[in-house]
Design a protein around this ligand. Structure first.
Ligand code: MGD
Ligand code: MGD
Ligand code: SF4
Ligand code: MO
Length: 897
């Protein structure tokens, strides 16, 4: 890139969720450690039209070389790329020679770019010859994939985002889109109009239920009962599209008979789903009576031991009413990761081959073998993720290569996953971030280029392919994943097959393969992109597949003519029988556990926790409990509690939140925290490896745990410079990275003699101390040459701890002024008011400011927005603003604290 180019904004795509928003990134600095460039929404991108959510608009805070993987390492020592690649190729060659190709396994990710994914799939399935290639999409999309294949004969999302706006009835099930697909949610919200209705189906009240005209807080796992009941209702009320069923579908009678074979009357459905009967009837009436209906579904549907059936129960209702392939109508699977869809296109899942061809597609192995120039393609599918790690545990896998995912955190029964990886002779991990729970288990660590450094494509939820473009130099010696794979391929002796010189080369090959022997059997077809020049690839504008001679500019909707990808062109109804989760609470302390996401963190936090803004919203692992359950379990809101799995292997320690939006008897925990950020808060350690029999997707939304209070005698906040040595111990800690320091939450069950212990915590003798042993208060600060080195504040109750926002800003290396020193032990700038816990991350507006504005007369969200700007950018804090408005305002806090 020339210097002049460095000043130009670059069009690229957000690396987080499957909405796939266009981003304008302005490179401005060669000083990577100083952090990356500012970002803005791309107004020309059809997914977001210029909007970004708070994660997207914080992207510049998550780049920069600090914390990135800079060099290849073998057994912890820095090595040259040559040595690392020799090591990888050598290990693979030895494993294949001594134990056969099946002893090598790849575990990939929906966060790889299509080009990376294609290269990995080709190397593994095509040349090493192992079928054991799976991806974290198994934990995410595989039930939707399986449901699509059963119904349509191909893994295809028929509709587009516009349909979610055009629908007169929008059903959102198992989706908290307000937090997890925020820009798409904003679009759905903006499309609100008289007569448009929204139904949200989710056991919890969430930020998304704000939009709902009807919220069905169903009992977890009962979705099939609800949708089977709907199918029967449609049949019994004359709401079927008999013509569509007759012309374009097979198997309707069987599906209806299966639905009738179990409980289907609204009253029975209501009972099983634990819903008011009237609400069930209302939902059925609205569905039956609304032509333009979209049912969007996500992890509450997919992550289930009956996830595939849940998906088909939904699709059945759309086929039965002919509401598919039409504007404003259709089932719509919301993809999670930025390239969940691209990974499915290249064939990253263990049961697929490549380019929407399956192991059992007649002729496919031979065509692909000829195309790639190999005769090593395995004959049958390999292990799916959970089984794959079982095979690792049994010692069958000698070399495991993990790329772009953090399985030590995200797979169910995480303690066993870690054990498996520890036992595996060679674990290779490619990641852009140096320290994760998984990189800690790596024998070979490879520095992969991260967002902004790499070039390629991703496909979003509506099949739209967008470019991720490079606008930053690579951190250290990082390389793109596809190139690392190609170099290993060449070292293994497959030079010709891995001669690509750039990402465009890989993309063209992928596009050519999609068109191979494809006379319309497969909708996934990129024929018209197979000859893109490098320049055209560089400039490629977002486009929805298929992209062929007939559709050179892509296609928004598929199956519009009622022809599907099955042999006879007809869609298939799938008869489904409800199967509810097995495990049930049996003892008084046992609760049902549900796991999911929060607004401002992305999965295992490797990138989003680098943004001080994003860690503010929820800074600790928490346990949401219905207020009714608190007393019975001996819990207090704001106190700590411990969740344990039945087998005792799982453990989750977090802060209790009284949450009236929970169903009694059920707890919700976030999936984000892991050992880099908290002592023991792995949601997946509590989840048993129960999977869907068709898709192999784990039931990550359901389990049984026991709940116990943790009786802490003290709570504290510790602030120390980044990477300061530890030496202290606590019964609970969570690290909250700030811009210039780490702020820790800490707590203990035994009293501590602080005068004696404090030097360990602060790294030396404190300069300022305040102690009131009668009230359990202890505060100390340490400075060196006038610069802050540590602050510790301790109280008996967590609610008495001060906000540490101001304190953490003092760690920027400045010499403290007298006024600042005076404020240290009260944790506040004596001159400036404290804004309280952050509510609106976009504009940095805190609870106290909102309360003050309400006190001054702001009566609704708009008024708050006019006064403070809060809620006027991404809008995802609006539910919290409403909660503040509903809660009314406490009297202003007195000046002293
Ligand atoms: N902020 C943020 N956004 C993200 C991500 C992130 O980590 N952070 N991750 C991305 C990824 S990869 C994904 S897959 C998506 C996931 O996006 P979502 O699927 O929206 O996310 P979750 O919070 O996992 O779960 C959705 C909801 O399913 C509900 N649920 C649980 N059990 C049931 C049930 O039995 N039936 C029904 N109907 N609902 C149930 C849960 O209560 C939860 O509110 O988000 C993407 N976007
Ligand atoms: N209990 C429970 N478990 C779950 C879920 C749940 O809801 N509940 N959700 C499941 C779902 S839907 C998902 S998608 C998974 C997500 O789980 P993971 O995939 O394990 O989580 P991430 O933190 O996204 O991990 C991505 C890793 O890739 C790295 N990375 C980022 N970009 C690149 C790149 O370009 N190249 C390489 N090589 N590395 C890169 C990141 O630093 C990070 O370490 O979790 C699943 N697990
Ligand atoms: S909605 Fe998703 S893709 Fe868009 S900016 Fe937010 S995280 Fe990125
Ligand atoms: Mo996901």
């Amino acid at each position: 890139m020339s210097n002049q180019n460095l000043q130009q904004p670059r069009r690229t795509t957000c690396p987080y969720c499957g909405v796939g928003c266009g981003v304008l990134a302005t490179p401005h600095s060669n000083d990577r450690a100083a952090g990356g460039p500012p970002v803005a929404g791309d107004t020309s991108h059809p997914a977001n039209h210029g909007r970004l959510c708070v994660k997207g608009s914080s992207l510049h805070e998550t780049t920069g070389s600090q914390g990135q993987t800079l060099y290849p390492r073998v057994l912890g020592s820095r090595v040259t790329w040559d040595r690392a690649l020799d090591e990888v190729a050598g290990a693979i060659r030895a494993a294949v020679e001594n134990h056969g190709p099946e002893s090598v396994a790849f575990y990939l990710s929906g966060q790889l770019l299509t080009e990376d994914y294609y290269a990995a799939n080709k190397l593994a399935k095509g040349f090493i010859g192992t079928p054991h290639v799976d991806t974290n999409s198994r934990l995410c999309m595989s039930s939707a994939v399986a449901a699509h294949k059963r119904a349509f004969g191909e893994d295809v999302v028929p509709g587009c985002y516009e349909d979610l706006e055009l629908a007169d009835l929008l059903v959102l099930t198992g989706s908290n889109a307000a937090w997890n697909h925020p820009v798409l949610y904003q679009r759905m919200k903006a499309a609100d109009r008289p007569g448009r209705r929204v139904v949200v189906i989710d056991p919890r009240r969430t930020a998304t239920t704000e939009l709902a005209d009807l919220h069905l807080a169903l009992k977890p796992g009962t979705d099939t009962v609800l949708f089977n009941g709907l199918l029967v209702w449609l049949a019994d009320t004359g709401a079927l599209d008999d013509h569509y069923i007759g012309q374009h579908c097979n198997g309707f009678d069987e599906a209806l008979a299966a639905a009738r074979a179990s409980a289907f009357a609204p009253q029975q459905v209501a009972e099983i789903c634990d819903l008011p009967e009237q609400d069930v009837v209302t939902f059925y009436r609205w569905f039956a009576g609304t032509e333009r209906t979209v049912t969007a579904f996500s992890q509450g549907v997919n992550q289930s031991s009956a996830g595939t059936d849940k998906g088909n129960a939904i699709i059945n209702c759309h086929l039965a009413t002919g509401r598919i392939g039409r504007s404003g109508a259709g089932p719509f699977s919301l993809t999670g990761q930025p390239n969940a869809m691209g990974g499915r296109e290249v064939g990253g899942l263990a049961n697929t081959l490549a380019a929407h061809m399956e192991y059992d597609t007649p002729g496919a192995r031979e065509w692909i073998g000829r195309f790639w120039g190999t005769d090593r393609i395995p004959e049958a599918p390999g292990h799916k993720a959970v089984d794959l790690f079982d095979a690792v545990h049994r010692g069958e896998i000698k070399v495991l290569w993990v790329m772009g995912t953090n399985p030590a955190v995200s797979l169910p029964d995480s303690p066993r996953i870690r054990e498996a990886m520890k036992h595996c002779p060679v674990v290779i991990v490619s990641d852009c971030i140096a320290r994760t729970d998984t990189t800690e288990l790596a024998d070979v660590l490879l520095p992969a280029e991260g967002w902004g450094e790499k070039d390629g494509t991703v496909t979003n939820s509506e099949r739209r392919i967008s470019r991720q473009r490079r606008f930053l130099p690579a951190a250290g010696e990082a390389r793109p994943d596809w190139r690392i794979l190609a170099e290993v391929g060449q070292r293994l002796g497959y030079r010709e097959a891995f001669l690509w010189t750039n990402a465009a080369d890989v993309f063209r090959e992928h596009a050519r393969l999609s068109a191979l022997d494809n006379r319309g059997e497969r909708q996934f077809n990129l024929l018209a992109l197979a000859d893109l020049t490098d320049e055209a690839y560089e400039d490629l504008a977002p486009i929805q597949w298929p992209v062929t001679g007939a559709d050179p500019t892509g296609r928004a909707r598929l199956f519009t003519d009622g022809r599907f990808s099955t042999d006879d062109g007809r869609a298939r109804f799938v008869p489904v029988q409800p199967r509810l989760p097995d495990a049930r609470p049996e003892q008084a302390r046992e609760m049902i556990i549900n796991t999911g996401r929060i607004r401002d963190q992305w999965h295992t936090m490797t990138r989003t926790a680098r943004s001080p803004r994003l860690v503010q919203h929820r800074s600790e692992p928490f346990i949401d409990v219905h207020p009714e359950d608190l007393g019975r379990l001996g819990l207090t809101s704001g106190g700590l509690a411990r969740l344990a799995s039945r087998d005792g292997g799982g453990d989750f320690l977090g802060r209790v939140r009284a949450e009236p939006g929970q169903r009694p008897g059920e707890v919700f925990v976030p999936i984000h925290w892991n050992n880099q950020f908290s002592l023991s808060a792995l949601a997946s350690s509590l989840i048993a490896p129960v999977t869907d029999p068709v898709s192999g997707q784990p039931e990550s939304k359901y389990g049984v745990v026991s709940v116990r209070p943790v009786q802490a005698t003290w709570h504290g906040r510790l602030l120390r410079p980044r990477n300061a040595p530890g030496g202290w111990q606590a019964d609970y800690w969570t690290r909250v990275p700030q811009e210039h320091c780490d702020a820790w939450w800490v707590a203990g069950c035994e009293p501590v003699a602080w005068q004696r212990q404090v030097t360990r915590w602060l790294g030396g003798v404190p300069d300022l101390v305040l102690e009131d042993s009668a009230s359990g208060v202890y505060r100390a600060a340490r400075l060196v040459d006038g610069r802050l080195q540590g602050v510790l504040v301790v109280a008996r109750d967590a609610s008495d701890l001060p906000d540490v926002g101001w304190l953490s800003s003092l760690f920027d290396g400045r010499t403290l002024s007298r006024q600042e020193r005076r404020g240290l032990l009260s944790a506040r700038d004596v001159e400036v008011a404290d804004v309280g816990p952050l509510v609106c991350s976009c504009f940095g507006i805190g609870e106290r400011q909102i309360e003050a504005a309400i006190r001054d007369g702001a009566a609704d969200v708009d008024a708050l927005g006019r006064q403070l700007k809060c809620g006027t950018n991404c809008g995802s804090c609006i539910p919290e603003l409403k909660a503040c408005l509903a809660a009314g305002v406490p009297e202003p806090a007195s000046a002293a604290s």
